[in-house]
Design a protein around this ligand. Structure first.
Ligand code: ATP
Length: 364
């Protein structure tokens, strides 16, 4: 197990008072490990930037502690923390050259000019802009400026790099390129990256672990696959990826298994559920790509019967909306080009295949 670098211990942050009081963070506890790409993900206002700013020392916690390698950080000003930040607005000095932008902070720390220049060149090499050292920022593209901001933040070899939506100003193509680049920089430097985004795809693509936040609390923490495959509640299942939510009725069977009734018509045996899972009326979540479709004449009692309400073709896949009756619909996503699936037209009766292992019974 890696060592813990940053710990938040029951950290709360309250802004304002009286009617203007906002609880931006509500008793958040989390450990972030050495050499980890850790992402805080959530909708606007969930408190992710506030947590980042507390770690950086730009805000003070209302209660609770932030620790760096076990030592309390609360009173240490930002510039004394071995932590650097990359902001969305690259905040480069416009009148300094790229190299000077990188050496500036190093020289402020008392590193002599020759060493600082050497380090700057190493960093420019790392971000693959070795030939750009003598330019000024306005002579660079947005993506290149972002790389310089990264080079500058990495130059003093901080223990932790905080990144607040650093890619949101870039267009989609560049953003995708920079996602790969950021991941590479994190792996090559071994520095802990704490990354803030509201973009779930970005979080899934880059992170070792993701903390999904809502209303100032962490709802779930896990590796991308875990968050996507095993969401514990409806918020997480809905925020990350696409989900079908269906009402069901769960009954414990004598053999330790559970029987789930869906859409009043179909009983599925679930080999395992979360320990302590309540029975009776429950909500289940299923990813659209885990469902399958068959023509009505091939369906049997293991299928949920319905009719095709809409068909949307996306090139690589097709999304069908299936009306199951009783005001219940499910989305089914099928991959194109595999030859495995027929085309189904609007109004057609179909059977929906629901694999037992694709069903997640949600906590609430
Ligand atoms: P976004 O993605 O929009 O940046 P966020 O998840 O980063 O959102 P925060 O910026 O951490 O959210 O804000 C959390 C809550 O705290 C919000 O309701 C916000 O309005 C409030 N807040 C943040 N900073 C301040 C402040 N300086 N004064 C008052 N309220 C604040």
């Amino acid at each position: 197990m890696s060592e813990v670098v940053i710990s938040a211990r029951s950290v709360s942050k309250i802004f304002g008072s009286g009617a203007d009081k906002v609880t931006a963070l509500d008793a958040v506890s989390v450990d972030i490990f050495q050499n980890e790409f850790f992402t805080m993900l959530g909708p606007s206002g969930c408190g992710k930037t506030t947590l980042l700013r507390l770690i950086g020392g730009f805000e003070e916690a209302s209660s609770g502690k932030i620790l760096l390698e076990g030592n309390e950080l609360n009173d240490l000003p930002p510039y004394k923390r071995p932590i650097n930040t990359v902001f969305q607005s690259y905040a480069l000095f416009p009148h300094l050259t790229v190299r000077q932008n990188i050496t500036f902070g190093l020289e402020m720390q008392g590193i002599d000019r020759a060493k600082a220049n050497h380090r700057a060149d190493e960093m420019l090499e790392l971000v693959r802009l070795a030939q750009y050292g003598d330019r000024v920022p306005s002579q660079l593209s947005g993506g290149q400026q972002q790389r310089i901001a990264l080079a500058r933040a990495l130059a003093p070899a901080p223990k932790v790099l905080l990144l607040d939506e650093p890619l949101s100003a870039l267009d989609l193509k560049l953003r995708k390129e920079m996602q790969v680049e950021l991941k590479r920089l994190q792996t090559e430097t071994g520095i802990t990256f704490v990354f803030v985004t509201h973009d779930q795809e970005e979080a899934l693509a880059m992170s070792d672990r993701i903390a999904v936040m809502q209303f100032g609390k962490i709802q779930q923490i896990g590796a991308p696959r875990e968050i996507y495959d095993e969401p514990t509640d409806r918020f997480v299942a809905d925020f990350i990826g696409d989900s079908n939510f269906l009402p069901g009725n769960l009954v414990a069977a004598a053999n330790g298994k559970h029987a789930l009734t869906l859409a009043n018509q179909h009983v599925i045996e679930l080999p395992s559920v979360r320990s302590g899972q309540k029975t009776g009326d429950v909500t289940i979540s299923i990813r659209p790509e885990r469902l399958g479709l068959v023509a009505e004449n091939l369906a049997d009692q293991t299928h949920l019967m319905g009719s095709v309400k809409s068909v949307i073709y996306f090139g690589t896949d097709t999304t069908y909306e299936i009306d199951l009756g009783n005001d219940q619909t499910v989305k089914v996503r099928t991959q194109n080009g595999t030859g495995a699936m027929d085309d189904f037209g609007r109004g057609e009766r179909v059977g929906v295949h629901v694999p037992a292992d694709a069903i997640r019974v949600l906590v609430d």
